[in-house]
Write a protein that binds this ligand. Structure first.
Ligand SMILES: *[C@@H]1O[C@H](CO)[C@@H](O)[C@H](O)[C@H]1NC(C)=O
Ligand SMILES: *[C@@H]1O[C@H](CO)[C@@H](O)[C@H](O)[C@H]1NC(C)=O
Length: 438
């Protein structure tokens, strides 16, 4: 089991890091990372909300211009989405991405929280004397913005950024503990380490994440215009356009990717090429086995989407198309029908994706990131990771100092000489470097 082995190495590295007393550096790294997380989260949320809020409007404009004679219709799709006899009025979208252009991203200082009503628009006019005397800006608690849901608690972007930020704020827990053995490594230290990497040293992650996400979006999240009718195609396209771009997704997971994104993504170093196969196999394994094949998880994601993205999309479209002649929907457009279509499409998407994303199939046959029957092992890439990245991270520097410099001796030391497949750049790497525009 490779991830477990790799994890033990990382744990070891953290233990050693503490033993070697890099506390101050650890704290500084966390503080820098925390600022990165705050800035990137705000920047990403503003742009993503702006982008999403324009999608329906521009789709509706396009839809209106279609020539009814040139649009092919699916009888099933139309019978689901058409206006029924007992038609209810269109519901309102929830107060979320479509209607809130700029969510507040910082809470007022604790001293002013006695006036809870000042939380929303009235904020500017209610400047109390205590808030103007508030200490420096950095003492304000950070509230990660929300993008995809009506409430902060439900929003995955808010939840993830908050978790990252939380671990980066626990300096004393992440950096200061003393241990005597491996079992005493705390969750704080482990997640603190991963958060540090995500915010400060994402290394090969940016390129792997971007190229993987792009391939998945192109192969799985793109309706095929040749295989389906126009009504289905344009509707699916509008739904999929709500997905974050690879750049937005990867800079959310690792805010350290955000600045100079294109340069980081196009930097196909030795460690990036070495890690492709194990990264692809690990992530597709998790997606298929922890999500696509788990009915409960699939259902709860559907419930989330139905109450947020699907609800807003259907409500907005219902309101927009009311009383208009839409060539795409000749029998009208109903909210309930729209939800029914989305439910059907969601579940058939899940069953198609669980076939397309099978790890061996996707990583070897589709992407060519793995050789046929390759057994990936991230340990194979530890020397490459040390050369390029880990030597700059306080937690892993000691670990890397133990590994011999020469590839041969390193592989012998790591006991991987016989199993390692040595990788070189292939055509798809060269094409990516030359042609990709980000
Ligand atoms: C959004 O509105 C719909 C319909 O009114 C409701 O079912 C859903 O729970 C709401 N979602 C949130 C997050 O409030
Ligand atoms: C690519 O990554 C390597 C390893 O981190 C780094 O040394 C190099 O400067 C990077 N190249 C560019 C063009 O950024």
């Amino acid at each position: 089991m490779l991830p477990a082995k790799f994890l033990v190495f990382l744990l070891l590295a953290i233990v050693c890091h503490v033993a070697f007393g890099f506390h101050e550096e650890c704290r500084e790294t966390l503080r820098a990372g925390k600022l990165t997380v705050e800035n990137v989260a705000q920047n990403l949320a503003e742009r993503e909300i702006l982008r999403i809020s324009g999608l329906i409007e521009s789709a509706a404009r396009t839809f209106k211009e279609f020539n009814p004679e040139q649009i092919s219709h699916s009888p099933l799709f139309q019978s689901l989405i058409q206006i029924k006899d007992d038609q209810q009025p269109c519901p309102q979208p929830n107060n979320t991405m479509f209607t809130t252009p700029k969510p507040p991203t910082t809470l007022p200082p604790a001293s002013t929280s006695a006036a809870p009503s000042s939380a929303a628009p009235a904020q500017t006019s209610s400047a109390s004397p205590s808030s103007s005397a508030a200490p420096a800006l950095e003492s304000e608690p950070f509230l990660a913005p929300k993008i995809h849901a009506a409430t902060h608690e439900e929003d995955p972007f808010h939840q993830y950024i908050s978790t990252l930020h939380y671990y980066m704020s626990r300096e004393e827990h992440v950096c200061n503990n003393k241990f005597t053995d491996l079992n005493s490594v705390t969750e704080d230290q482990l997640f603190g380490f991963f958060s540090t990497l995500a915010a400060n040293q994402p290394g090969p992650f940016c390129s792997l994440c971007h190229r993987f996400t792009e391939e998945v979006q192109n192969r799985v999240f793109r309706p095929n215009q040749l295989l389906i009718t126009d009504d289905n195609f344009h509707f699916s396209n509008l739904v999929f356009s709500h997905l974050p771009s690879p750049k937005a997704l990867c800079s959310t997971i690792a805010p350290g990717c955000h600045d100079d994104y294109a340069i980081k993504v196009a930097n196909l170093t030795e460690s990036v090429i070495c890690l492709e196969c194990s990264a692809c196999m690990s992530i597709t394994n998790v997606i298929v086995h922890k999500f696509l094949l788990q009915q409960q998880v699939v259902d709860s994601l559907f419930t989330f989407l139905r109450g947020n993205l699907f609800h807003n999309l259907c409500a907005e479209l219902c309101i927009t198309f009311q009383g208009h002649d839409m060539p795409l929907f000749p029998n009208g457009f109903s909210y309930d029908g729209c939800q029914a279509v989305l439910k059907k499409q969601y579940y058939s998407f899940i069953s198609v994706a669980s076939v397309l994303l099978k790890p061996e199939r996707f990583c070897s046959l589709e992407l060519g990131w793995c050789e046929l029957n390759e057994q990936p092992n991230a340990l194979h890439c530890l020397r490459e990771m040390c050369l390029e990245h880990f030597k700059d991270t306080p937690q892993t520097r000691w670990l890397c100092s133990q590994i011999p410099d020469r590839p041969d001796s390193a592989d012998e030391y790591l006991n991987i000489k016989r199993s390692k497949i040595y990788k070189e750049k292939k055509d798809y790497h060269n094409d990516f470097e030359v042609h990709e525009e980000l």
